[in-house]
Design a protein around this ligand. Structure first.
Ligand SMILES: Nc1ncnc2c1ncn2[C@@H]1O[C@H](COP(=O)(O)OP(=O)(O)OP(=O)(O)O)[C@@H](O)[C@H]1O
Ligand SMILES: [Mg+2]
Length: 353
């Protein structure tokens, strides 16, 4: 578990050395109702060989962010601004033809539902072999051998036979493994896993998470890991990004953010989610109110209409001034550092036990 090697107070990665560096990303969709601001000024970094966890309520823009990194958005209805620098190459301005060469090769994605990624009409083996042939120029025979090798790696029994099965002949857990095999067949430098194990039972989930960790060790891939499960996040991620309303509201190492969260939204999120090893006597507290409209987001801090601490900030700053997220370990909130610490210790921490 890589998280254990991190020390308290360590800064989240920033700057040009990052493998992936997203800067002031804005993604907007034109809809019949108006412009949906799904991602609104988001910046984050992922280091090579490290895992960035992303958490946030449904609709906070996690999937849109990552689909945009892969260039999987409809250019007719989507406006993308800002920078997505992959080893310095800006994916926002990279032509689609070149993105096709990157996808499945240098950058790959594991989706929540394997049936969105696997076609029912082709054998599992063919679907693993094809991106390998396309990106490496391998022969059919070599690619088939590679598919068998990948199925072996992800723990599919009798891979030489099962390689010729169709996805429906696989169980749900096996399909998830097959999709992981497909995502990893070209040893991607960046793997995006969007709730990769949510649909699976706990035992298979644990096996797949172990598998991802092993593969990361072997290939040194960077991983972006999206999940609602804090236990999984603390096990898998090095750094953590908390998203709200298409923005980053808090960032730091996983340890720092989970042990001493600094943003009222993160407090709400942690109080509303079951904790690994937490006592069951503390009831979960849902965040009051509902996520903001992305058509007409609140002014100032997008969380202010749901925040119970706005009276601690002088004037009407929370509703008029957008708080910025500093570098490294940071939270985008107008409360002072001292206030955040006091409120956390007095009011929030007791709830999290
Ligand atoms: N093509 C689109 N057109 C219009 N709105 C969209 C489109 N795709 C996504 N959205 C909106 O963008 C917002 C962010 O969606 P996204 O899928 O990124 O949320 P998420 O954080 O991944 O949520 P979840 O945890 O439920 O997966 C949502 O309000 C969604 O309805
Ligand atoms: Mg999503």
């Amino acid at each position: 578990m890589t998280t254990l090697t991190k020390t308290e107070g360590e800064k989240a990665p920033t700057g040009p050395d990052s493998f992936l560096s997203v800067r002031d990303l804005r993604v907007r969709f034109s809809t019949e109702d108006g412009i949906v601001k799904a991602v609104d000024g988001l910046s984050f970094d992922v280091e090579r060989g490290k895992t960035l966890g992303i958490v946030g309520e449904s609709g906070s823009g996690k999937s849109v962010t990552n689909l945009t990194v892969l260039g999987l958005h409809n250019p007719k209805t989507t406006t993308v601004e800002g920078e997505i620098l992959l080893e310095g190459q800006d994916l926002v301005t990279t032509p689609e033809k070149e993105m096709e060469k990157l996808r499945g090769n240098k950058v790959a994605m594991i989706f929540q539902d394997p049936l969105t990624a696997l076609s029912p009409y082709y054998t599992v083996g063919r679907q693993i072999a094809e991106p390998f042939m396309k990106h490496t120029g391998a022969s059919k025979k070599e690619a088939r051998d590679r598919a068998v090798e990948m199925l072996t790696k992800v723990g599919i029994p009798q891979p030489r036979t099962r390689v010729d099965d169709y996805p429906h002949q696989f169980s749900g857990g096996m399909r998830q493994r097959a999709m992981i095999a497909m995502a990893l067949v070209c040893d991607p430098d960046l793997l995006i896993a969007d709730e990769p194990t949510t649909a699976l039972d706990v035992t298979v989930q644990a096996q797949i998470l172990d598998l991802l960790k092993d593969l990361q060790q072997e290939f040194g891939s960077a991983i972006i890991f999206i999940t609602h499960d804090l236990g999984v996040i603390s096990d898998m991620a090095d750094d953590l990004l908390v998203m709200y309303s298409g923005r980053a509201v808090e960032r730091g190492s996983v340890r720092e953010v989970l042990r001493e969260p600094r943003h009222p939204y993160t407090w709400g999120l942690l109080s509303s989610m079951p904790r690994l090893g937490g006592s069951t006597s503390q009831p979960l507290t849902p965040i009051p109110g509902s996520p903001p409209s992305l058509l007409n987001p609140p002014s100032g801090c997008p969380f202010h209409p749901r925040c119970t601490f706005t009276d601690k900030v002088s004037g009407d700053r929370c509703s008029t001034e957008r708080p910025t997220l500093g570098d490294g370990r940071a939270a985008a909130c107008h409360l002072t550092a001292e206030q955040k610490q006091t409120i956390f210790i007095d009011k929030i921490q007791p709830r999290l036990r």
